[in-house]
Design a protein around this ligand. Structure first.
Ligand SMILES: [Zn+2]
Length: 135
């Protein structure tokens, strides 16, 4: 269960560090606020199938709906306040942590090169998730 939580968090943390906040916001609005995928797809201009895909990935990693809901509920404020480390530039992407342009997919770059940072943020969110589930 702990492993499921950290895997689901890792997925969200990497997306946020890559500058993709849409997944985080739409997951929160879907899982916590009960908004429908079609409304969110319209609001964030993301294809409905793509959006359902993101939601499905997090649900699979979390193991079930309740766990996914708890993860998003406890980490949303912290994650939405993070600054991305990869920014879009005219010819592709630039990593502010490496201070150089990157040619590969930003999420892949973060997963491969910034494992320590990702682990630190995941650990921070885990603390919140575990604390909030207590009595
Ligand atoms: Zn980098």
């Amino acid at each position: 269960m702990t492993e499921n939580i950290s895997e689901a968090l890792r997925y969200l943390v990497i997306k946020v560090l890559a500058g993709d906040f849409v997944t985080l916001h739409s997951l929160k609005e879907y899982l916590v606020d009960g908004e429908s995928p079609s409304v969110l797809s319209h609001k964030y201009r993301v294809g409905k199938f793509k959006l359902r895909g993101y939601i499905q990935r997090v649900l699979e990693k979390a193991g079930n709906y309740r766990v996914a809901q708890h993860i998003v509920k406890t980490s949303y404020t912290y994650l939405s306040g993070l600054s991305p480390i990869v920014v879009r530039v005219p010819r592709g992407y630039y990593c502010t942590a490496c201070e150089k342009p990157i040619t590969m997919n930003p999420e892949r770059h973060i997963r491969l090169e910034h494992k320590d940072l990702v682990n630190r943020i995941v650990a921070e969110c885990m603390r919140a998730a575990v604390k909030r589930s207590g009595p």
